[in-house]
Design a protein. Sequence first.
Length: 174
Amino acid sequence: MQETLIKTGRLLAVVARLSLWFSGAGLVLMTVLIAWQVFGRFVLNDSPSWTEPMAVILMGWFIMLGAAVGIRQGYHLSFDVLLMVLPQKAKLVLYSLSDIAIIAFSVGMVYFGYSLAVLAWEATLPSLGFPGGVAYLPILTGGILMIIFSLERLARRLVGLPTARFGETELVDE
C-alpha cells in the first residue's frame, strides 16, 4: 500500500508542479495584459476591451491552481498554537480533521462551480466571445484538485507516510 501511495504521490507531484507552472504563467500573462490595458488607456487613448475580462479569468485560474498546490504542500490556513503542546497522535488526528474539512469545502466548490458553469454556459462574454461558464471553470478545477490532494494527504497519513506541513522541507519520496 505504501509503495502504491508513493507512486501516486510522484504522479500527483507532477500534477502539482504543472499546476504551479500554469499558475505562474497565468500571473505573468495577467500582468502583461493589465500593462497593455494601462498603456492603451493612457498612452494610445484607446484601451482594448478584452484585456480586463481576460485578466480576471486568468486570475481565477492562478488563484485556484495555486491554492490547490498550497493544500498539497501544507500551506493552507491553520492555527498551530495548540499543536505545539499536543502529542504526535493527537496532531495527526487534527491534521486529518483539517484535511476532511478541506474536502468538504472543496466538494462545495465542485458542486457550485459546476452549477454556475452550466447555468452561465449559454451566455457569451461579450468582449471575449467565450461562453460565460468559462469564468467558473477555475472553481471546478481547483475544487477537484483540492479533493484529490487532500485525499492523498489522508491516505499517506493512514499508512504512516509523511505529509508536508508549513515550514517543513519537501517530501523525500517525490
